[in-house]
Design a binder for this molecule. Structure first.
Ligand SMILES: [Zn+2]
Length: 403
């Protein structure tokens, strides 16, 4: 075995992982060997790999289960856990009626702790081991979001939401206060345990002044952290943002704010033009595609062909609470329904929920499949389609969740 750490254990089960969009690898009787540091030492058919393992390696027999890499949720809102299924409205009215009142309650740390506990359990129950998460504008709530992620042991990219205009007064802060708090959170959490990372997180262009976005973009770039926001989710939002900030190109607007890099993650990207996709592509920015949310709010359909033509990385997002489910299989099913079948199928969906998501989050060198040297993040399901609840969830080779 080429791994520099001793191999401590191996997991025997049917195994499935993706090496690319059209490259699914399956072992009907597979073996996943994990080294002492929690990284993948090897993944192969049991018969081939077993004879090469050291004699003292513990073999866990999970032959009644199926192993998949942990799923990756590229876009989700922690404070919106209990806001699902509030239907009948489109984005801007939905935000005003349901979301802003729910996020206002995050001023109370008791509310946040209760929800954070349940939120992370939902992610893990559904086999999600890595997520890009929005908190609220509250500093303490964001601290709690990080603390719980650390305790639970999953990987997370988290950001305090930035808003300084065009939302209820209780959810606005000055840009100076927001940036100051963001800097403190970056210093404390970015890179923590090699599992937690910071994302500078303006909600979207309508709730942010140009000054705030300017400073936010620069901060993300200088601190080398992620930048995440919602972009061109609905036609109405696109139109209002254009009038408010008088830009020609929506992506160009973020380019001028210095907010584009390979660590920039834009949710939705439904109403973008070719020039916008070109700009995002020039900076290797990524897209979080949230089909169940887009259907739920009747926002539209992400132009998957354009995203691929311009070579943008994109992964899947649950976008809870506009998205009604944490189930990646339901999200893949929805993607198959809304996109032409030559652009999307279940196999590609599986890739997007694992390696594709890792690529979108610039983490493909660490996670996303069972290539040797990556972290052993994986889940056991009791069915070959990975539907329903996970039976066990592992991050870096350690079981962090079971029913
Ligand atoms: Zn969202």
């Amino acid at each position: 075995m080429p791994s520099s750490h001793p191999i401590r254990e191996a997991f025997r089960a049917p195994i499935r992982h993706a090496l690319g969009p059209n490259q699914i690898v399956e072992f009907a009787d597979g073996l996943l060997a994990v080294d002492e540091s929690g990284r993948i030492a090897a993944c192969d058919a049991y018969d081939r790999l077993f004879p090469r393992l050291p004699g003292d390696c513990v073999i866990h027999d999970y032959t009644n289960f199926w192993i998949t890499p942990g799923f990756i949720d590229c876009h989700v809102h922690l404070p919106q856990l209990d806001c699902r299924n509030k239907n009948g409205l489109t984005l801007l009215d939905w935000l005003a009626k349901y979301i802003y009142p729910a996020e206002t309650k995050f001023a109370d740390p008791h509310v946040v702790r209760n929800m954070a506990e349940r939120f992370y359990d939902e992610l893990l129950k559904h086999g999600i081991t890595t997520a890009a998460i929005y908190s609220t504008i509250h500093y303490e709530a964001t601290e709690i979001a990080f603390q719980f992620a650390k305790e639970k042991g999953l990987r997370a990219i988290i950001g305090q939401v930035l808003m300084d205009q065009n939302a209820p007064q209780s959810l606005l802060k000055s840009h100076l206060q927001l940036l100051n708090e963001t800097e403190k959170l970056i210093a404390k959490w970015h890179g923590c345990d090699n599992r937690l990372f910071y994302a500078v997180t303006p909600r979207f262009a309508l709730t942010c002044s140009k000054t705030l976005l300017d400073e936010a973009g620069k901060l993300a770039l200088e601190a080398k952290v992620y930048f995440q926001t919602h972009l061109a989710e609905t036609r109405q939002e696109w139109q209002q943002a254009k009038e408010m900030h008088s830009f020609k190109s929506y992506a160009g607007f973020y380019e001028s704010r210095h907010a584009l890099s390979s660590r920039s993650l834009f949710a939705h990207c439904i109403y973008l033009e070719d020039c916008d996709f070109k700009i995002l592509s020039d900076y290797h920015a990524s897209v979080a595609h949230c089909p169940t949310s887009n259907v739920f709010l009747k926002s539209g359909t992400m132009p998957i062909e354009k995203v691929e033509t311009y070579g943008l990385h994109f992964g899947l997002g649950t976008d809870v609470g506009a998205g009604p489910t944490f189930s990646m299989q339901e999200i893949i099913g929805c993607a198959c329904e809304v996109h032409p079948k030559e652009m999307m199928n279940r196999e590609k969906g599986f890739y997007l929920a694992t390696l594709g998501g890792a690529e979108a989050l610039s983490l493909a060198h660490q996670i996303g499949n069972f290539v040797e040297g990556k972290w052993a993040d994986f889940c056991l399901f009791d069915n070959p389609n990975f539907e329903g609840r996970a039976k066990k969830v592992f991050v870096a080779g350690q079981c962090i969740w079971k029913p």
